[in-house]
Write a protein that binds this ligand. Structure first.
Ligand code: COI
Length: 355
């Protein structure tokens, strides 16, 4: 891939934000990666350029029919000053699965990773060193062809922007309060719930707003058919520790195949613990809470890492988990994954590459 590089002019470089008050996704670095696709020509005009607005035709198909997919990944600055990436190829491969489902073009994984590393080298100074802060990477693909017929577009834009971030939730690593909705559903079997497309997030906003207005951090989704089986939380997959078993809903087509989810499954198996992917209903969780066998609940995601769940609110009842405190497994997983991501501990499965 021929990659053009246009550096930001020195007097146009952006001021760097306070590393200790980053929030999530509010600041953007000096450069971005862009690449165009035209049917019959393939991907072309790959460039790293200063972060700037796009110009889009008002008829650009993404604005009308929503062909928009994205990924979330992170770059970590180790204490040794090396920059680490965690399973980056898995993210680009998942983006390609999202693309296939929405009839969008496939990306060349190896080339995209090389270009991403180049972008990170250029904006290396933006990668925070404050504790818990990282550089969030947002690869995105949108349909840009100007046309109003409903069909796959013939032109696309792929871009990668970078954002120095702190914790995703205002609670940080402290337990979050979750609202279980049986009013709205996120995804149906045969739909697009298992890919990372913008529309899934648009459809989730109303439930999230209602939950937040009622004092909760996130929504827990139940299956769309019976509204009984647990699917996932707003921006995370979810795990339950009941008795000696660690349970997470299976990838049945309507939940996102999270990379942190997969890493957690592999790590706990490495530790000799029993983890099962099976359907689990909200009533089973509440019954386990009643009989004292529910020990922990935690969410997993790139943005959130490991997020302990302090309570579930379902049909007017509050179910407090582990006295609202972070559980031992959540803590161990958080520490282990962070240590691997920041290059402190050697990755057991070749998950980490450095710049
Ligand atoms: C992530 O965990 O990276 C996500 O994409 C969640 C999100 C902030 C939408």
């Amino acid at each position: 891939m021929d990659l053009q590089i246009e550096r930001v002019a020195e007097n146009e470089a952006r001021p760097k934000p306070d590393q200790n008050a980053l929030g999530f996704g509010r600041h953007f670095t000096d450069h971005m990666l862009v690449m165009h696709y035209t049917e019959g020509k393939g991907w072309h005009d790959a460039a790293i350029q200063p972060y700037r607005n796009f110009s889009l035709d008002p008829a650009a198909m993404v604005l009308h029919y929503g062909q928009a997919i994205f990924e979330g990944m992170k770059a970590y600055r180790g204490k040794d000053e090396n920059i680490y990436l965690f399973r980056p190829a898995d993210n680009i491969e998942r983006l390609n699965r999202s693309a296939a489902r929405l009839c969008m073009p496939q990306l060349p994984v190896a080339e995209v990773l090389l270009a991403l590393k180049e972008l990170l080298r250029l904006d290396r100074d933006w990668i925070p060193s404050a504790n818990g802060a990282t550089l969030y990477i947002r690869p995105t693909m949108i349909a840009t062809e100007a046309a109003l017929g409903v069909r796959p577009a013939k032109q696309y834009l792929f871009f990668v922007i970078l954002s120095p971030v702190g914790a995703y939730y205002p609670e940080g690593f402290n337990p979050v309060r979750i609202y279980v909705t049986d009013k709205y559903v996120r995804a149906v079997p045969g739909g697009v719930g298992d890919i990372k497309t913008a529309g899934n997030y648009a459809a989730s906003i109303m439930a999230a707003v209602e939950a937040q207005q009622a004092g909760f951090t996130q929504v827990l989704w139940l299956d769309a058919v019976e509204r009984r089986y647990i699917e996932e939380v707003g921006t995370m997959n979810i795990f339950f520790v009941i008795g000696d078993e660690i349970i997470t809903p299976p990838l049945g087509g309507s939940i996102l195949p999270g990379i942190t989810r997969d890493s957690v499954i592999q790590l706990v198996r490495d530790w000799g613990l029993a983890v099962v992917e099976r359907r689990i209903s909200i009533t089973e969780v509440l019954a386990a809470q009643e009989d004292g066998s529910l020990k922990e609940i935690f969410g997993t995601g790139t943005a959130a890492v490991i997020s302990p769940v302090g309570s579930l609110h379902y049909q007017g009842q509050d179910c407090v988990i582990n006295n609202g405190k972070t559980g031992a497994l959540s803590q161990r997983l958080f520490d282990e994954i962070q240590a691997i991501q920041y290059g402190v501990r050697k990755s057991p499965h070749d998950w980490v590459t450095s710049l």
